[in-house]
Ligand binder design. Structure first.
Ligand code: ADP
Length: 498
């Protein structure tokens, strides 16, 4: 059963010297696809760049439909033995993986920082956060309890048991290359599913390093496979292949919609974690310092490139000026810089397209009547974009109705609770919402009336392994983390026994 690969001490020559010099365990620097416990070359490569300086950090093997088919085949081969592995053993193997991630956390953080551009302090936090999902689901593997239902007659019993859904395809984005993968792979493995992972082409190295650590545990060959390259070809194969029984996707709403439509042609289970457009409401009667701290922390995390980032800031009119002053004070302390700069707390955007899109969003908003309220001084070269505050007067402006995905704080004022709830809910998205208030009655009304999957009252710390992360409306289907997270990878079997 054990698919242990000998650790390789020599890094692939496809990885830059700079990267090699900063990663202690070179065996984590993988550039080939992982299929059935083997690192597979494809003969075609693509480049991975460091967003902070544009330098090439690796040449990674590019996969297409052929490798996707092979990866699915490997997962199908591994599925029965992994599903048949006792829950306790699955748990032990996941604990082994958790321990390895903790042991190699600095190397993993370095790889995350290099390919995503985020500051090391954030990359370290991401590894710790992702590792906790592995630890959590290692425990959950032992708690996949069924139930016994009273039978309609006295002679028999009705049993409900949970079984793994089968082979899972996991498609992940670049903003949290480790955590998004860990949040999917850990519950899938805990449930007894084998997995084919397709990380983002912007950030495949973290997934491959994670794959290496998986290979150093007792996971059977083929229980985890990692392919990257032609996203469309791979996506087509993974969704059309009837043997893949579940797709779990985090990314943009349009891609999520088209992949889930493809999954319906063979009735696959889907979990989707898509875009958001989070309102952040600050009431007059609130702790304004806590609100300003919360907003800055949540807005600038990963340079604003998170799906639960506050996107529409609603400030009660009476406290607009003092609140904006508090934001300016905090923004003046932001230090934009390279991931190697340990004093930096804001990194670059992921690519040129992302930066241009945000610049256009701001320029269009200003053309249409918005006002540039404040621009933080700092690096603007390359993909760096210092934070700004833009005052918006029209909720239909694109900067308010689209996910900004960058360090731009778009603010508007409101006068009544009813008005702000109605405006906050006026979005097709329903992922996260935040509000700051010291009024308990108001808190209760907000929790009940805001139409979002996750609500933070006087808190922006929504995401942790113990809580169900996910959205409603066009923000997605399903939940990651918590006791509910594993059910996404389980199917019920009901039996009547007489
Ligand atoms: P983002 O804008 O955050 O990159 P995307 O939805 O484009 O969001 O990408 C999220 C993930 O989906 C990435 O791994 C990307 O490669 C993948 N992806 C994008 N388009 C497709 C597609 N047509 N089929 C399968 N995967 C895709």
């Amino acid at each position: 059963m054990v698919g242990r690969l000998p650790p390789v001490s020599k890094a692939s020559s496809a990885v830059s010297h700079m990267m090699q010099s900063r990663v202690t365990h070179r065996s984590l620097l993988r550039t080939r696809a992982l299929i059935h416990g083997q690192w597979i070359p494809t003969g075609k490569q693509f480049s991975v760049l460091n967003p902070a300086d544009g330098g090439q950090i690796a040449q990674v093997e590019s996969c297409g439909a052929l490798q996707a088919r092979e990866a699915v085949l490997a997962a199908i081969t591994a599925q029965p033995s992994w599903a048949g592995t006792p829950h306790k053993t699955r748990s032990d193997i996941l604990i082994e993986l958790y321990d390895l991630v903790c042991q190699h956390s600095e190397d993993l953080a370095t790889i995350v920082a290099f390919e995503s551009g985020k500051p090391m302090v954030e990359a370290r936090a991401e590894i710790e956060y992702g590792a906790r999902y592995i630890q959590w689901f290692a425990e959950e593997a032992k708690r996949i309890n069924g139930s016994i239902i009273p039978a309609p007659t006295n002679s028999g019993q009705l049993l409900v048991k949970y079984e793994p859904v089968g082979v899972v395809a996991a498609i992940t984005p670049w903003n949290f290359p480790f955590a998004m993968l860990a949040r999917k792979v850990a519950p899938a493995l805990a449930a007894g599913c084998s997995v084919v992972c397709k990380p983002s082409e912007e950030t495949p190295l973290t997934a491959l390093a994670f794959g290496q650590l998986c290979c150093e545990t007792g996971l059977p060959d083929g229980a985890i496979n990692i392919i990257m390259g032609d996203a469309q070809e791979i996506g087509l194969e993974l969704t059309s292949n009837d043997q893949v029984r579940k797709l779990t996707f985090t990314g943009s709403t349009p891609v999520g919609c088209s992949l889930s439509a493809a999954c319906m042609s063979n009735v696959k289970r889907v979990s989707l974690e898509l875009g958001g457009n989070a309102p952040f409401i600050v009431f007059e009667h609130s702790d304004l310092d806590a609100a300003a701290d919360g907003l800055i922390a949540a807005k600038l995390r990963n340079a604003g490139q998170t799906c639960i980032s506050p996107n529409r800031i609603f400030v009660e009119k009476s406290i607009n000026d003092p609140f904006i002053a508090k934001l300016r004070e905090r923004l003046n302390k932001v230090r934009v810089g390279h991931c190697h700069d340990e004093t930096a707390n804001l990194g670059p955007l992921i690519n040129t397209q992302a930066k241009r899109r945000i610049e256009r969003l701001v320029a269009d908003a200003i053309d249409e009547g918005a006002v540039m309220e404040f621009e933080t001084p700092g690096r603007q070269d390359g993909l760096f974009l210092p934070p700004k505050i833009v005052r918006v007067y029209d909720d239909d402006a694109r900067i308010f109705s689209e996910e900004i995905f960058g360090p731009v704080i778009a603010v508007s004022t409101f006068e009544t609770e009813e008005e702000v709830i109605q405006r906050a809910n006026a979005s097709p998205y329903g992922l996260a919402a935040y509000a700051y208030t010291i009024d308990n009655g108001r808190s209760n009304r907000l929790v009940s009336d805001l139409q979002f999957g996750m609500i933070g009252i006087n808190s922006v710390g929504l995401s942790n392994e113990m809580a169900p992360f996910g959205g409603i409306k066009q923000s997605g289907i399903g939940r990651e983390g918590s006791v509910f997270g594993i059910t996404e990878y389980l199917q019920q079997k009901y039996c009547r026994i007489e």
